[in-house]
Design a protein around this ligand. Structure first.
Ligand code: APR
Length: 395
């Protein structure tokens, strides 16, 4: 088949891009490795930044979020048995939305397909050719071993960090920047209401613990652990006991225990590829950069890239002018790096282990963390700077 833009990957980046192009009458198709049921149930992020909320609303993609999402304006840090409430929304007159990523994916897919959009599910892209010629070709296979060839003017690589698109760019034409923090998070999904509606970041001597409400009945928890820790080390009993200890405040934490439905070990690392494009191929979202889950920015960056890429493609198909396409990386990367800097700052705030310095003194770091939390509470300009980055204002 032939199209103007072929999109690889039906995650948040690929689907927002597909909808924006469809809205402007640009012909596009999406190819996705997994089944529809799989992508619609994959639980991952869940915090939508203010500017992304506005973007989804502006384009009419926010019905589900507006109906079922929950606005958030305060987060809570815990340290040394004390709570530090940070009403970040008040500082910048903006709010986050908590709305699980799989619901966003469901909403976007439903909208795209109901408007006539085509998604080839269970069709992994296996080969990309012709990037240097007039038309590029993506070859996909399916479970029936049939082959689909998509010929297009441009490819949008929205296929996540393990995808094919990034590796189709010659390594001599790109530079990869990466950082390993030497920290792991055990990410837990539990079918329980959270003990408070706020996002909680607990800075404990045994390591960080986080409590992030997802819906009224589902909560995401995080426990800092070694980056290569084994799941077999984490029985449900140990998880609840460790959460209880690390989240305790004022000597008490009324943690609600219940079924744990998912656990994974995440390795805290960040990667950025520059530039995010090569000839007829443009990368968006995790395909171009990954960011630690600290600060919950991955999905937001992915949607922001999709918006920039959509504008560039729409401009090109209307006018034949390639200037915005040439500028794509230059427009996206400053935001990517500002977000990486914020995530790096927050990693140091919530972990005592984040420095590569072998002689780190945890007690020294602990005092610094306490001062940072006090400044967040007491110094307006400091709190405002945090709030702008955390809530995600256009900068
Ligand atoms: N062919 C087709 N599809 C592919 C291929 C391939 N070879 N490889 C990967 N995919 C699909 C994946 O199955 C997935 O559905 O690409 C999609 C990529 O989606 P995401 O991983 O969700 O990436 P993205 O859209 O960039 O979203 C950003 O950042 O912090 C995270 O949780 C956040 O998942 C979110 C991500």
């Amino acid at each position: 088949i032939s199209t103007q833009a072929a999109i690889v990957g039906a995650g948040p980046a690929g689907l927002v891009l597909a909808l924006l192009l469809q809205k402007e009458g640009i012909d596009c198709v999406v190819v996705e490795r997994q089944s529809r049921a799989y992508v619609e149930s994959r639980a991952r992020a869940g915090l939508i930044e203010h500017q992304i909320v506005e973007l989804l609303r502006k384009h009419g993609f926010s019905e589900g979020m507006d109906l079922n999402g929950v606005p958030h304006t305060t987060c809570e840090f815990r340290h040394g048995g004390r709570r530090y409430m940070i009403p970040y929304g008040d500082h910048v007159h903006a709010s986050h939305f908590v709305y699980p990523q799989q619901f966003i994916v469901q909403d976007l897919l439903q909208l795209f397909i109901s408007r006539g959009g085509i998604v080839f599910f269970s069709h992994p892209a296996v080969k990309i050719e012709g990037l240097e010629s007039d038309r590029a070709v993506i070859t996909c296979t399916s479970s029936e071993n049939s082959v689909l060839k998509v010929e297009c003017d441009f490819i949008a690589g929205c296929d996540g960090f393990q995808g094919l698109c990034r590796s189709s760019i010659p390594s001599t034409d790109t530079k990869i920047f990466s950082k390993q923090y030497g920290i792991g998070w055990l990410a837990i999904l539990a079918e329980v209401p959270s003990s408070t509606k706020k996002l909680v970041y607990a800075l404990h001597k045994s390591g960080f613990a986080g409590q992030m409400p997802r819906t009224s009945q589902i909560t995401r928890y995080y426990l800092e652990c070694p980056p290569n820790d084994q799941l077999s080390n984490w029985s449900d009993d140990r998880i609840w006991s460790e959460l209880g200890k690390r989240l305790a405040v004022d000597g008490d934490e009324n943690l609600i225990q219940g079924p744990i439905v998912e656990k994974r070990v995440l390795n805290m690392r960040s990667v950025v590829m520059e530039p995010m494009q090569y000839k007829r191929l443009f990368l968006a979202g995790d395909a171009a950069h990954i960011i630690t889950p600290v600060g919950a920015k991955g999905m937001n960056l992915a949607i922001s890239d999709a918006d920039v890429l959509a504008n560039a493609l729409i401009h090109y198909f209307r006018s034949g002018d390639e200037v915005l396409l040439r500028e794509y990386s230059h427009v996206c990367l400053p935001r990517v790096w500002k977000t990486q800097e914020f995530s790096d700052w927050m990693i140091r705030l919530i972990h005592s282990n984040a420095d590569s310095d072998q002689n780190k003194d945890k007690d020294f770091s602990d005092r610094l963390r306490q001062v940072r939390l006090e400044r967040l509470q007491q110094t307006d300009t400091y709190a405002k700077l945090f709030a702008e980055s955390y809530v995600g204002l256009k900068q």
